[in-house]
Design a protein around this ligand. Structure first.
Ligand SMILES: CSCCC(=O)C(=O)COP(=O)(O)O
Ligand SMILES: [Mg+2]
Length: 241
């Protein structure tokens, strides 16, 4: 759909926006070249020294259930090699990143268009929430440690894989039920077409972020935007520049 066509179809009825993180609000390069390597390096020591913490114990128990007989670190490395979106890996990565944000080694640099747009949308009365494969704790860390400070207050909710996988329509239904949002007035933003397809199956409106700096390719079946300002124009969101 072209920008003009989407604008024609826009009814101005969006009151809630659900946002993916990687490729939508944060550069793919930051996740793959900064966050993932940081966690991969930190995980051996984390497993060796923090095994008594409930969150670590729970994640290790989940790994044993999903991959019986495989050493936790071996399994984690295999999942990381394949960029698997799987609960215990995401929980442990979140714990590793917490230390990086605490020491200042990590700071989240969002795409430059993101915070100005989210602030306008928030001030304009839109409800915002996050849905990422990264754990809820990791999401809060990212938005709590951006280059512009703690912006967690912009969001009403943080949803992760506990609600279900991002390519399953039931996950979006569960988010709507929990948030009390209406499907037809909720816009889901992501760079991944399979996620957008699942959201459409649950009745949500969708827009793909295809950001040239990430090399994301526009897919079929959804309006496409390169920035959140373009999303705002396509869907007549509050504070459209
Ligand atoms: C919470 S930031 C790290 C994101 C992450 O771990 C990941 O796998 C990317 O998932 P997304 O659903 O945001 O594309
Ligand atoms: Mg993404």
């Amino acid at each position: 759909m072209t920008v003009a066509e989407a604008a024609t179809h826009a009814d101005g009825g969006i009151d809630s926006v659900l946002l993916d993180i990687e490729g939508t609000t944060i550069p793919v390069a930051f996740v793959h070249q900064v966050l993932f390597p940081y966690a991969r390096k930190a995980l051996p020591e984390l497993l060796a020294t923090r095994g008594d913490e409930p969150a670590v114990r729970d994640a290790v128990a989940d790994i044993a259930r999903l991959a019986p007989g495989v050493a936790p670190l071996v399994q984690l490395n295999a999942w990381m090699d394949r960029d698997e979106k799987i609960g215990p890996l995401k929980a442990l990565q979140g714990l590793a990143w917490a230390e990086g944000y605490r020491t200042g080694a990590l700071q989240a640099a969002l795409y430059p268009d993101v915070l100005p747009a989210l602030r306008r949308w928030h001030e304009g009365g839109l409800r915002l929430a996050v849905y990422s494969s990264g754990s809820e704790a990791a999401q809060r860390l990212i938005y709590g440690h951006t280059t512009e400070g703690d912006v967690r207050g912009l969001f009403d909710g943080f949803y992760d894989l506990r609600i279900g996988g991002k390519r399953e329509a039931d996950s979006y239904r569960a988010i709507l039920a929990e948030a009390g949002w209406e499907a037809g007035r909720t816009l889901f933003l992501s760079d991944i077409v399979a996620e957008l397809d699942a959201a459409v199956a649950a009745g949500l409106r969708t827009c793909q972020l295809a950001r040239p700096e990430d090399g994301t390719r526009p897919g079929e079946g959804h309006p496409v935007a390169a920035t959140l300002d373009e999303v705002a124009r396509l869907f007549a969101l509050p504070g459209t520049p």
